[in-house]
Design a protein around this ligand. Sequence first.
Ligand code: TLP
Length: 339
Amino acid sequence: MVIDLRSDTVTKPTEEMRKAAYEAEVGDDVYVEDPTVRKLEEMAAEMLGKEEALFVTSGTQGNQMAVLTHCVPGNEILLEEESHIFYYEGGAISAFAGVQPRTIKGTRGAMSPTMIETAIRGDDIHLPETGLICVENTHNRAGGAIVPLENMARIYDVATSNNIPVHLDGARLFNAAVGLGCSLKDFTQYTTTVQVCLSKGLGAPVGSIIAGDKNFISRARKWRKRLGGGLRQVGIIAAPGIVALSSMIDRLSEDHDKAKKLSDGISMIQGLTVVNQVDTNIVLVDVAKKGVTSVEFIEKLKEHGILAVPFGQTVVRFTTHYDVTNEQIESALNILNQC
Ligand code: TLP
């Protein structure tokens, strides 16, 4: 039996999701005629406190559409040094939107509002225009850290007083909301647009949502079509997304408990050091004291049936999710103890 802790993306759709997909009422979504997609989008817009929402194929597509819609080529965008948009999206912001990234080093994923203010470009013929500020919550490479609401509020303040939009990569925003015991709107009130993933902790097989005002969504819809993301009877895959939003959010606290249990156990193992404060479902472990690299350690774990991913030269990421049980966490700890 493999214990798959590589990502919360590996979950399989639940029975209820499969049934919803089978029974979904569908239509041609390029004509905005798929009732299941419309239902999902309306539900998401309401939950995120935005005028409209759009169903997109992936988190990466949603983030890229936001950059494409907010910016023009030659703009500069401000984003955290290890943000997913900068680090893991294949240089797409430069390849597609033609924007120049300017990275800001954060603390547990949170960028300093003062550093952002200083980085915003003035009105000078030599300079690029600052077109967008991107924030990420929870912050993946900061180990699922919850970026504080107060930090988001201050960044939004700086942004609005400079007329710059704020896009939130909320691939794991549900984890942040459950972790703080607050609503999604508590975060999204400090954003112009937001992207949330249905296919991570919530367990849907496919899809993300982007949300913003009517004007943004109608322009983003055009970008989605340009990118080949206008889909037809897509209610089939939107239906599991409705199940995800209706019944899979509150249970994320179980994933957080499993991550806590894993990190507490790992802290007791000699040679392994948990390097993040575990706010949500991600545990980062430094294996340097074992005298191996992260890749070597992961290879060894794989031989014992545990899957994880490298997160640097000597850091390994473990992610808990719906399809990993408490018993599996205990077995993983026993195996880690022997590796
Ligand atoms: N993250 C994946 C990998 O791409 C690293 C993972 O396993 O964590 N924003 C954030 C913060 C993400 O963590 C991810 C996926 C995305 C965007 C992209 O979502 P998808 O995979 O749907 O394109």
